[in-house]
Design a protein. Structure first.
Lengths: 254, 251
């Protein structure tokens, strides 16, 4: 039976890489079972190289699991699953397209008419504070703006699940904070289901409903933290600090 | 270009003219700048051979280059994109291409004449060979230079394979394709003049023109023709540079 409240289900997920030279099997992800409810903001945190990105890539259908399965809305994922949107740390904007043309991309591929596309993209340009920059090429935008364009480009296609792979990792801390606030406000309006991979505990606690801590490779779920702190949150509040401390201690045990 | 850049050529031309006037340089072998200008005038007014005016030589040469070059573009760009996209196809065709590529286009002239006879077809074929490989190789490397993450991003944004070709691979490799097109037209143009040495049907063409000028010993017209060939090649390159600037603003 499908549980309709579930956006995503991992069951017995395993991933092995085969080493190129020796043919040796290297386990990257080991038996992950997890269920994600619609509208949840989930952060995944873990030591670098633990397989967080691989996990996201499997959900996006860019890599295949060795064992186990993933259901989105009760149905198995496909290759390059279009119910999933992926936001990259490196933005991955198309350099030959202007900001607005980047945002329109996912509508073009769905054969949505030009004027409708433009109108929808313009709404995102406004909502994302990109007015005046819509005709600029990515090379002319700051890192923070690039990431806003990338997020808009993904959200405009209304994916069931939004995956974010350390999206703010290459930004300076001020831009990073303002983008976190921005992402929160967008999520607060839209109630997207988000999986947010990061290695920044502050960011995870500030943004998420749940924080999932992974072990070093091969990745297993070490602990799931529920962050029941009302929003808008204050980064420096004692509740935030308590849970931050707990997660940091847990991470440093490894 | 800055004004000072013209200074050296002007000084050289004045020295050259002076040397000719003082008969330090034998003008029957090496005409003076003024004689070249008169030669140029003769090419326009009288023609070489007489009645075959310069503008028609230019038009015929451009016409041959146009067909060879267009054919090269039409075949090399799609093939290059396919070969850049598919590793298997690239590995399959690479040995054949690598074997044909080092053959100088001019070495094809005899077989081209045998296949196509003397005329536009064999000239265009030679140009085609000269332009094809630079365009092909640059297109392939253009596709290979596209970051894989962009293809993945497109895939997660509902792109079909057709979308990947038309919205990612082609625009992403345009800078490299244009470089290939510039190199290609340069080689094509150089190849053309040599191809025309071996004969042309209608008695027109810049290469044919300067060979005829040699036959009746008009070094002024030879040099005027040479300058013109260089100038046209230069102008074509400027034209393509303008296209390049327009199309790759994003880079």
């Amino acid at each position: 039976m499908n549980d309709l409240s579930l956006a995503l289900e991992f069951s017995g997920l395993n991933k092995q890489f085969i080493s190129g030279d020796s043919g040796q099997k290297i386990p990257v992800i080991e038996s992950i079972d997890y269920q994600l409810k619609w509208g949840t903001f989930l952060s995944i945190i873990g030591p670098s190289g633990c397989g967080k990105t691989t996990l996201l890539r499997i959900v996006a259908g860019l890599d295949q699991a060795t064992k186990g399965q993933i259901l989105i809305n009760g149905q198995k994922i496909k290759n390059c699953d279009q119910r999933v949107g992926l936001i990259f740390q490196e933005y991955a904007l198309f350099p030959w397209r202007t900001a607005i043309k980047n945002i329109e991309f996912g509508l073009e591929t769905q054969k949505i008419a030009g004027n409708k596309r433009k109108k929808a993209a313009m709404e995102y340009i406004h909502a994302f504070g990109l007015q005046g920059f819509e005709k600029k090429y990515p090379k002319e935008l700051s890192g923070g703006m690039k990431q806003r364009v990338a997020i808009a480009r993904t959200l405009i296609t209304n994916p069931d699940i939004v995956l974010m792979d350390e999206p703010f990792a290459s930004l300076d801390s001020q831009t990073r904070n303002s983008l976190q606030e921005f992402l929160f406000s967008i999520w607060h309006q839209r109630k997207d289901t988000i999986i947010f991979v990061t290695h920044n505990v502050d960011e995870a606690v500030f943004l998420s409903d749940q924080v999932l801590v992974l072990s070093p490779r091969p990745a297993k779920i070490m602990k799931i933290y529920e962050v029941d702190i009302p929003r808008p949150r204050d980064r420096t509040s004692p509740e935030i600090n308590t849970i931050r401390k707990e997660i940091l201690e847990n991470l440093s045990k490894n | 270009m800055k004004l000072t850049q013209f200074l050296l050529p002007i000084v050289l031309i004045i020295c050259w003219q002076t040397a000719s006037l003082l008969q330090i340089v034998p003008t029957y072998k090496f005409p003076s700048p003024l004689q070249i200008i008169y030669g140029f005038k003769d090419l326009i007014v009288i023609g070489m051979p007489p009645g075959h005016h310069l503008q028609y030589h230019i038009l015929y040469s451009l016409y041959r280059v146009f067909w060879g070059y267009i054919t090269a573009i039409i075949l090399a760009i799609p093939l290059g994109i396919l070969l850049g996209w598919s590793n298997r196809l690239r590995l399959l065709l690479q040995p054949i291409l690598e074997l044909i590529r080092p053959i100088p286009p001019l070495a094809w002239i005899p077989i081209a004449i045998l296949w196509f006879g003397i005329g536009i077809k064999s000239a265009a074929f030679i140009i085609f060979l000269g332009a094809f490989f630079p365009i092909l190789l640059n297109t392939i490397s253009g596709v290979l230079s596209i970051e894989h993450i962009l293809i993945e991003a497109a895939r997660t944004l509902h792109a079909s394979t057709k979308d990947i070709f038309f919205k990612i691979l082609i625009p992403g490799s345009i800078p490299s394709i244009l470089t290939g097109m510039r190199i290609g037209v340069g080689i094509g143009w150089m190849t053309l003049v040599a191809a025309e040495f071996t004969g042309v049907k209608q008695g027109y063409g810049l290469g044919y023109m300067i060979m005829t000028a040699r036959d009746i010993h008009r070094p002024d017209e030879i040099l005027a023709g040479m300058f013109l060939i260089g100038l046209i090649g230069f102008l074509i390159d400027i034209g393509l540079r303008l296209v390049e600037r327009k199309l790759v603003q994003w880079k």
